[in-house]
Design a protein around this ligand. Structure first.
Ligand SMILES: CC(C)(COP(=O)(O)OP(=O)(O)OC[C@H]1O[C@@H](n2cnc3c(N)ncnc32)[C@H](O)[C@@H]1OP(=O)(O)O)[C@@H](O)C(=O)NCCC(=O)NCCS
Length: 272
């Protein structure tokens, strides 16, 4: 196993990245990986022509988001995940930046062993919204740079590469006319991922969610920070179910700047 070396992965590897994620039960799609390759440093390990380990460090300038850490089942427990994580942490250390992530139960011990600490918790909400209708306060966001500007205001770091790449892949992009706020939604095949939802108020976040539901129909997935209790109960009333929780973790900081009160939905678990 020690002969296997880490290498940078590129957009042409996206089908293999999706296959590896799916092999551990994740529902990744290629558009997600196109965004990762455009906005993150993707590294992995190849064995006999196949990607058997992968991870991505999303560059937010003054901090970073770590995502998509997967080792193929037959190669787990042999140190590959640890080596990949150490390489990313070395990159972050050299730049003196903090790293945040959303951990699975399986990943948590690995991150804890490298000094990550819990910084928050999120709930995954899923289902079809009953009786959606687009509120008058919501309009299509035509210029991706407007999303970049709003995101920077709320997230406190430079997520512009991610926001541009996600806006380009989005099925719906909405903005509020009544306050600062926007939402993006991406097609995941059998459902739509709504995120980020960033708004000054819960009323704004609700309007954005209803606007997305009216535009795309079908089942929605929304990853909501636990402190947004009012928004979560409202989503439950509108027909979404709580599918489970995940812990957010941070390295070299107590919490990450994007864990802001105006964050009603994560961009995705990969992107915070
Ligand atoms: C989480 C994951 C990436 C870890 O990769 P891995 O190659 O198996 O991890 P490693 O072999 O490097 O082990 C990492 C640490 O966990 C420990 N560990 C590994 N397998 C273990 C097991 N079966 N039981 C207990 N501890 C274990 C190791 O001791 C190691 O600690 P150390 O580096 O301090 O010695 C891998 O299990 C995986 O892909 N899981 C499915 C996808 C997932 O949940 N990813 C995490 C996303 S947040």
């Amino acid at each position: 196993m020690s002969a296997l070396s880490l290498e940078d992965l590129h957009e042409a590897d996206a089908p293999q990245n999706v296959a590896l994620s799916r092999s551990v039960g994740w529902k990744d799609v290629e558009s997600e990986w196109r965004v990762l390759h455009r906005a993150a440093h993707v590294r992995g390990v190849r064995h006999e022509g196949h990607v058997i380990a992968q991870g991505a460090l999303g560059d937010y300038g003054s901090c970073a988001s770590l995502a998509k850490m997967v080792v193929a089942k037959h190669h787990q427990g042999q140190g590959l995940g640890g080596r990949l994580l150490d390489a990313f942490l070395e990159e972050a250390r050299a730049r003196r930046i903090a790293v945040g992530l959303c951990a699975t139960e399986q990943g948590r011990p690995l991150y804890a062993s490298r000094g990550f600490q819990a910084s928050g918790e999120i709930a995954v909400l899923f289902g079809a919204v009953s009786g959606p209708s687009a509120p008058a306060s919501v309009v299509t966001l035509l210029d991706a740079e407007r999303a970049v500007e709003l995101d920077a205001r709320f997230s406190g770091c430079d997520r512009s590469r991610m926001v541009r790449a996600r806006a380009a892949e989005a099925s719906t992009r909405l903005e509020l006319t009544t306050e600062a706020g926007f939402a993006l939604a991406t097609d995941q095949g059998d459902h739509t991922l709504v995120g980020p939802i960033l708004a000054e108020s819960e009323a704004g976040a609700r309007a954005l969610l209803l606007g997305v539901a009216a535009a795309v129909g079908g089942k929605l997935r929304v990853d909501v920070p636990l402190p947004q209790a009012g928004f979560r109960s409202w989503l439950a009333e509108r027909g979404l179910s709580d599918m489970g929780h995940r812990v957010e973790m941070a390295h070299s900081a107590p919490r990450m700047p994007w864990q802001a009160p105006e964050r009603f939905a994560l961009a995705s678990q990969a992107w915070g």
